[in-house]
Design a binder for this molecule. Structure first.
Ligand SMILES: [Zn+2]
Length: 474
């Protein structure tokens, strides 16, 4: 599928619409970029540069053509994206079918460089990382639904050896495959933390709202009222530097495990980001906390509420509004705790009812309308986690009330995508200003440009920037 300049130029001369979306045509003399099918006058070959995406063309200073509207096209039908999504669906269904990352790249039909770029752009991942996660998910399903011996589980998922399976499983899940299998009937479990895990930062994240009605940190005990698919549950985490003991009042240990892994950010590639930062000469960015993770929200709807409430207001006020919404629509669990609401509970409100709680008219509308989209099945939050990042982003940006900040915040904190930037976030811009010793706080364009070097780890870079100007935790 990799095409030479000559081949692409030939498709351009032919005005071949079948190649729309597979590349974009930049004309250096006019400063315009087009679809291959554009009816505008054909440029000379020496004045043409080809780009894989509109973004790449714009990054080179070109403007979209007003005749063929390449950006509109790129937002809709997208054959390259669909190719990558098809390959990923195949990998997830049968990871053992792919011997290694090269097999995955080969299956995509793109050259290695382009394939790496496409997996980074659309899945925030390298092909190898994507394949590993598919193997681990496959193995998890096998552990819970079969009695097969571990070695068969490992081989069926495509691991080369039992030890490779064991090591990767432990690193991503905080427990052994055998212990994971035992979750099926467990009422509590213990997770092992990696040696560099910065517990003090986790404590700071968990205790950041001292008045919260969903979570409370007291000494080394963290209690959280959560909503699992099966209903509300009260979790208790006993924190220590090498392990976390987890107990819960309701729901399955498998669901609680998934939530706690997200809360701890255990599956994130913290050491990969620390290596990148050092390679960039930015060791100071990670020096105090090389193992920092980005704590994930308890569940996706929770993240969505926060992404709407937290827009353009300060943190304490956002906490206050969220608390009021949860007290109004959540489920009381005793001792002052409330499990966060279901989308149905928020959808049942009238926006007017939120005004006396100090919500702006706009926020009230957005919260209720988005909840109604979910409650009526028109927005499927559960489906977002399995989507490509590109598809998830497009789906979310189409919702009124979710701007780029909210969408990226949600993708990063609730959906676990690795390469997001909440543009316009003041924590990020202060962090960048201090890190690069800039005279002025960077604007949106400068933020986007400065963050490019951290790809595909921009979510973790964001977590580090949030901490960069803060005092070290106790
Ligand atoms: Zn054009």
């Amino acid at each position: 599928m990799r095409m030479s300049h000559t081949q692409m130029y030939a498709r351009l001369l032919a005005g071949d619409a079948a190649y729309n979306g597979r590349f974009f045509t930049g004309v250096l003399t006019t400063g315009i970029y087009c679809l291959p099918s554009c009816k505008a006058r054909k440029p000379k070959p020496e004045n043409v540069r080809f780009f894989p995406t509109c973004e790449a063309a714009r990054a080179s200073g070109l403007r979209p053509c007003k005749k063929c509207h390449p950006d509109d096209y790129a937002r809709g039908a997208d054959p390259v994206l669909e190719t990558i999504e098809t390959v990923v669906a195949e990998v997830r269904a049968n990871p053992a079918h792919f011997r290694d990352a090269r097999a995955l790249i080969h299956r995509s039909g793109f050259g290695a460089t382009r394939a790496f770029e496409l997996f980074r752009q659309h899945y925030h991942s390298t092909p190898a990382e994507l394949l590993l996660r598919a193997r681990l998910d496959h193995a998890k399903r096998g552990l819970l639904t079969t009695k097969a011996p571990l070695v068969d589980i490992a081989l069926n998922a495509g691991f080369e050896s039992l030890s490779a399976f064991h090591d990767n499983f432990q690193r991503h899940n905080g427990l052994t495959p055998t212990a994971y299998r035992a979750l099926a009937s467990a009422r509590e479990f213990v997770l092992t933390l990696p040696p560099d895990y910065p517990l003090a930062y986790l404590r700071r994240a968990l205790g950041r709202d001292p008045h919260s009605v969903t979570e409370r940190l007291a000494g080394d005990t963290y209690t959280a009222a959560v909503r699992l698919e099966s209903g509300p549950s009260l979790l208790t985490l006993a924190l220590s530097s090498d392990e976390i003991r987890v107990q819960f009042t309701a729901g399955s240990a498998v669901a609680v495990h998934r939530l706690v892994i997200g809360l701890l950010g255990l599956a994130q590639d913290a050491s990969g980001f620390a290596r990148l930062a050092r390679k960039l000469g930015l060791a100071r960015m990670v020096a105090a906390r090389p193992g920092l993770r980005l704590s994930q929200t308890h569940y996706v709807f929770d993240g969505l509420l926060w992404a709407i409430i937290g827009q353009q207001i300060n943190f304490p006020f956002a906490c206050l509004l969220k608390r009021r919404l949860i007290e109004r629509t959540g489920t009381p669990l005793g001792d002052g705790f409330f499990a966060p609401p279901t989308p149905e509970a928020v959808a049942a409100l009238e926006p007017d009812e939120l005004l006396p709680l100090q919500f702006s008219r706009q926020k009230a509308d957005y919260l209720v309308n988005t909840s109604r989209l979910i409650a009526s099945g028109r927005l499927d939050l559960a489906a977002l986690t399995g989507m490509s990042a590109t598809r998830a982003e497009r789906t979310l940006l189409a919702i009124r009330g979710l701007g780029p900040w909210s969408v990226n915040y949600l993708m990063m904190r609730a959906l676990g995508f690795a390469d997001c930037v909440p543009l316009g976030d003041t924590g990020v811009t202060s962090g960048l200003q201090a890190l690069f010793k800039l005279e002025h706080r960077p604007d949106i364009d400068a933020t986007r440009r400065l963050m490019t070097v951290f790809s595909p780890y921009r979510s973790l870079a964001t977590a580090h920037l949030w901490q960069f100007t803060q005092p070290l935790p106790a």
